[in-house]
Write a protein that binds this ligand. Structure first.
Ligand code: PLP
Length: 368
């Protein structure tokens, strides 16, 4: 029997204006996808990341689906995507009928390897999907150059990268279109929710239209393309706005956790997920690699026995049954996945929580 979980891997902090804003929604009866909080959340979000506009949607997966649909990707098109990612990024490529082509990771920061992306470009390649993994940024300068040189679209999956910056610039503003997720364990949450950020105003308008059933601009209840209902509710947007007000605080507190783990685990046979020079890691997940893959699961078991929840780093998607027929190799991703652990990373954990966790990890290695 496992003891109860004492320290979960994540837990949202809803102690700001969330309740007040949701009650405002209920009192106003605007609980569906029209209402003041949608505009306030979209506007506030766009301003926060430094984008001209943003479109709230019902979750991060449909954000990706909508982005790919708006870009016009479809059957016969290849989209290069890292294999070391959450499966939703790859599934969205399938939803529009395009073909995912998996790229390997670089070992230092676990992001997609630009050299490997370059090696996988074919005449059918239409787009690169960069996924900013665990809160670190991909090399967007190199990916932008590559995309430009080959005439490819560049999509950013920023689901794990709210608060992540390259220089001063927030991720999601480098490519043609970007997607965010507000699932309950993401850095800011709406329960379920997502955002699409398109650079080009025409692309933004098309995404807006597709989000709302393909409604024509100039005629009521007339639909001239096949659209979707991917809208966010006003209630979710109310929660999102309250979360956005506290984003800076969440990010500061998460950075303290990352520093606490880095300090406290020094000298052990593990390495902490690093912050690349010139970038701001948002530490969606504080993560480590054990030196040896054989050390990974025993460490997780010791932590779980102490009531601490962890997660393995993502399984490379090309090893999952629905994608396994395509590619093999991708060895750096496979290596990282065999050694990686996500540690508890929620803002309320605090330095004290990190100290407790570090002691358990130290105790595990002391036992040998
Ligand atoms: C969370 C996540 C998504 C999907 O978001 P949902 O809101 O759960 O649908 C997509 N891509 C990545 C990389 C994610 O981490």
């Amino acid at each position: 029997m496992q003891p109860p979980i004492r320290i979960p891997i994540y837990q949202p902090d809803l102690s700001g204006n969330e309740k007040a804003y949701v009650n405002e929604c209920l009192d106003s009866t605007w609980i569906s996808s029209k209402g003041v909080f949608i505009d306030r959340f979209q506007g506030g979000f766009a301003e926060y990341i430094g984008a001209p506009h943003a479109l709230a949607v019902s979750n991060g997966t449909v954000a990706l689906h909508l982005a790919l649909a708006a870009l016009g990707l479809g059957p016969g098109d290849e989209v290069i995507v890292p294999t070391l990612t959450y499966v939703a990024a790859v599934n969205a490529i399938r939803y529009v009928g395009a073909t995912p082509v998996f790229a390997d990771s670089e070992a230092a920061y676990w992001q997609v390897s630009v050299a490997d992306v370059a090696a996988r470009i074919t005449p059918k390649t239409k787009a690169i999907m960069a996924v900013h993994l665990y809160g670190q940024a991909c090399d967007m300068a190199a990916l932008s150059d590559l995309a430009k040189a080959h005439g490819l679209l560049l999509i950013e999956d920023c689901a794990e990268a709210f608060g992540t910056r390259i220089g001063k610039q927030h991720v999601g503003t480098f490519g043609d279109i970007a997607c965010f997720s507000f699932f309950g364990n993401k850095t800011i949450t709406t329960g379920e929710g997502g955002m699409v950020v398109a650079r080009d105003p025409a692309l933004h308008r098309l995404a807006l239209k597709l989000r709302g059933q393909g409604l024509a601009d100039d005629r009521e209840y007339w639909h001239d393309v096949v659209g979707y209902n991917f809208r966010m509710t006003n209630i979710c947007a109310a929660i999102g706005l309250a979360q956005l007000e506290r984003a800076g605080d969440f990010l500061r507190r998460k950075r303290v956790l990352a520093e606490g783990y880095r300090e406290g685990l020094r000298g052990l046979p593990v390495s902490l997920h690093g912050e690349a020079a010139g970038t701001t890691h948002s530490y969606w997940m504080c993560s480590l690699l054990t030196d040896d893959p054989a050390q990974r699961d025993p460490l997780r078991r010791s932590m779980r026995a102490a009531g601490i929840e962890t997660r393995p780093v993502f399984h490379p998607v090309h090893t999952m049954p629905m994608y396994a027929a395509g590619q093999s190799g991708l060895t750096t991703s496979v290596q990282l996945a065999s050694r990686g652990i996500n540690l508890p990373s929620w803002p309320g954990l605090g330095e004290e929580g990190v100290r407790t966790i570090n002691e358990v990890i130290r105790g595990h290695f002391a036992k040998g």
